[in-house]
Design a protein around this ligand. Structure first.
Ligand SMILES: Cc1cc2nc3c(=O)[nH]c(=O)nc-3n(C[C@H](O)[C@H](O)[C@H](O)COP(=O)(O)OP(=O)(O)OC[C@H]3O[C@@H](n4cnc5c(N)ncnc54)[C@H](O)[C@@H]3O)c2cc1C
Length: 400
């Protein structure tokens, strides 16, 4: 039976980009996706400025520009008590991202383009199939591929699981654990939202937050993240959406005349964290490797940059013919080195979101100190190191 070099499970940004980077180096890679493209994905659909670097490497920027995405020059943050600040990517800190703006466009378009890039480089994309890991043998991994009516066995020397939030592969291999804080999200597209500008917005309430941002063509993405106990899983998502939206005074006002142009889609709960991203013959990528609260909103950048790391380490394993957990552990170390600062920032922000009074106090301090606003938005935009925020003078201005 033929043994592929690599089977990638999941063709979201992480899986497709990893497959593209491997295929362009001549690797025999099969990319397995449950949905059929183009497919929607509940998400706030904003790409941090650094994500454009990886998309350019994939040769996709001109195609994305041709679609007409929104260009976001910064972010506005609004606390539960109304304190707010706006940080710009081209900020006072003098550091510059690959581009001075982030892009926002429907995942239906973006994900299909990245999957197409993988196919064009020679990856064999099979969408509409459910993949499942069945056995890890000495010299290969068995993956079952089901279409609903048929099941077949596929073999690969290495499997990269990029099967997203709550990854089945990570659970099966006991690489992920449940966490206590559990949240869900509801996302939709709306037209006629009042007073939209060229910045994305995050509005915080005591029970969660809502992100709103233009995604081009007069459409606004509206994504609410709320504690799991605030929603009734059996009620239609649109009903929870309208109820939760009422908790964000400014956004509800601006949406009085808005029309929802796509169904409200639910995702979650975000209830797991991953202990490591490798084991024998298996690597995890994207949300499967680690999922964080979307408030700082750069899961797509993490998926794309993580794909660069995954492909580099997979290539080296293929060249050496060594696929044991120890041989792949360099990938875990590379991920930690790349993402550690951002993970810390993300935890601090999530902690502040859970403490409304503290969040408002910080937001009102940052509102009068533009350099802090720009630093924070630059960290969230993946091009300012978190250490810049923790210089003693900045910390004093934040807390005293
Ligand atoms: C509410 C919300 C808002 C967000 N907003 C932003 C934002 O504005 N900007 C940002 O950068 N990030 C955002 N994120 C995070 C972002 O959506 C993820 O980090 C990103 O999608 C991760 O990409 P991925 O490829 O790892 O996973 P996914 O995009 O989830 O792709 C996984 C793929 O695997 C497929 N799959 C799963 N199981 C199987 C299987 N058994 N067989 C075959 N295929 C399978 C799925 O169908 C899916 O296509 C947000 C997340 C949420 C929940």
């Amino acid at each position: 039976m033929r043994i592929h070099d690599v089977a990638v499970i999941g063709a979201g940004p992480a899986g497709s980009a990893t497959a593209a980077f491997l295929a362009e180096r001549g690797v025999d890679v099969v990319l397995l996706e449950r949905a059929r493209f183009p497919r929607p994905k509940p998400c706030a659909e904003y790409l941090s400025p650094e994500a454009t670097r990886v998309l350019d490497r994939l040769g996709l920027l001109s195609r994305i520009d041709a679609f007409g995405p929104a260009r976001l020059t910064g972010m506005r943050i609004v606390g539960p008590g109304g304190a707010s600040f706006t940080g710009r990517f081209a900020g006072s800190h003098g550091l510059r991202a690959y581009r001075d703006y982030g892009l926002a466009l429907p995942r239906e378009v973006l994900d299909a383009l990245i999957a197409e890039a993988a196919s064009e480089r020679g990856a064999r994309l099979r969408d509409g199939v459910v993949a499942d890991l069945t056995a890890v043998a000495d010299d290969h991994v068995d993956v079952t591929v089901g279409t609903g009516t048929t099941r077949e066995l596929l073999r690969a020397r290495l499997v990269i699981a990029a099967d997203g939030l709550n990854s089945r592969v990570a659970r099966r291999l006991k690489l992920s654990r449940r966490r206590s804080c559990r949240r869900v999200a509801l996302a939709t597209h709306a037209s006629d939202v009042a007073a939209m500008t060229d910045v994305g917005e995050m509005h915080v309430a005591s029970f969660g937050y809502v992100g709103i941002a233009s995604i081009g063509h007069g459409v606004t993405n509206v994504a609410i993240v709320a504690d799991l106990d605030r929603v009734t899983p059996l009620a239609p998502p649109e009903r929870w959406f309208r109820k939760l939206l009422g908790g964000f005074a400014e956004v509800s006002r601006r949406m009085e005349r808005a029309r929802l142009v796509t169904p409200v889609r639910a995702v979650g709960p975000f209830g797991r964290w991953t202990t490591r991203a490798t084991t024998d013959r298996i690597m995890l990528a994207g949300d499967a490797a680690d999922f964080h609260d979307p408030f700082t909103g750069e899961g797509i950048y993490a998926a794309l940059h993580g794909a660069e790391l995954a492909a580099a380490h997979a290539l080296s394993a293929l060249e050496r013919g060594r696929f044991g957990a120890r041989d792949l552990a360099g990938y875990d170390r590379a991920r930690t080195a790349s993402f550690r600062g951002k993970w810390l920032f993300e935890r601090l922000v999530s902690g502040a979101v859970a403490l409304p009074a503290a969040f408002d106090r910080i937001a009102s301090r940052v509102a009068t100190r533009q350099h802090l606003a720009d630093l924070m938005i630059g960290i969230a935009g993946d091009f300012v190191p978190v250490s810049r925020l923790f210089r003693p003078w900045n910390v004093m201005q934040l807390v005293i």
